[in-house]
Design a protein around this ligand. Structure first.
Ligand code: PRP
Ligand code: URA
Length: 209
């Protein structure tokens, strides 16, 4: 069973409240998502291994630690996942970025893939799949499957808000993929929207509709 991590840092929770607020305008929504993504990146990188190297300070030699192990990659699910990329890159500027284009068919709620482009060395990286919303889990599962099909097996999932249904769907299908979220909400409505959620993440991020 994959692990579920809830990033309950007070600053993340505070900012998430204003991301949810329907009166938050597009500019502020974008800025807040960017800030929360940075804070979540701090949490999601907690288990990165370190190695010891020798550095020379101005006065002595020191054994000091630097990150080691697999390099990282980010894979935002288009569109809304794009809004989290820059915030994460502020902390992990050397991460490469792939893209997966998916939209949910409004009738069937099934994900439809329309684009995929990954870094050439994606298989050797730990990839963080990014999407603000984990609702039915269909989009996240489709993205994870697309990555595994291409040989990428070191994966994590990062979302702002998840429904219990989406968490279960991902954990059932991909027990090897840990999930990091800022909040677990109540349930899905009849249209597959997370309640209380934040509405349509892509529309709020890009000012469409
Ligand atoms: C939203 C959201 C997720 C997906 C979540 O994207 O950004 O990708 O829905 O729902 P699921 O867990 O039920 O699959 P949407 O399909 O609205 O596309 P968009 O980002 O292009 O607006
Ligand atoms: N996609 C969204 O953007 N919002 C939801 O609540 C569910 C899916």
């Amino acid at each position: 069973m994959s692990k579920l991590f809830i990033c309950d840092h007070p600053l993340i929770q505070h900012k998430l409240t204003f991301i949810r607020d329907k009166n938050t305008n597009t500019k502020d929504f974008r800025e807040l998502v960017d800030e929360v993504a940075t804070l979540m990146a701090y949490e999601i990188t907690r288990d990165i291994p370190l190695e010891t190297i020798t550095v020379h300070t101005p006065v002595a030699e020191a054994e000091a630690r630097v990150v080691s192990g697999r390099m990282l990659g980010l894979v935002p699910i288009l569109r809304a996942g794009l809004g989290m990329v820059d915030g994460i890159l502020k902390l992990i500027p050397s991460a490469k970025v792939g893209h997966i284009g998916l939209f949910r068919d409004p009738q069937t709620l099934q994900p439809v893939e329309y684009y995929i482009n990954l870094p050439t060395d994606a298989v050797s990286r730990t990839l963080i799949v990014i999407d603000p919303m984990l609702a039915t889990g269909g989009s996240a599962n489709a993205a994870i499957e697309a990555l595994k099909k291409r040989g990428c097996f070191h994966l994590k999932l990062m979302c702002l808000i998840a429904a219990p249904e989406g968490i279960k769907a991902v954990q059932d299908a991909h027990p090897d993929v840990d999930i990091h979220v800022a909040a677990v909400d109540q349930h899905l409505d009849d249209h597959g929207y997370i309640i209380p959620g934040l509405g349509d993440a892509g529309d709020r991020m890009f000012g469409t509709k």
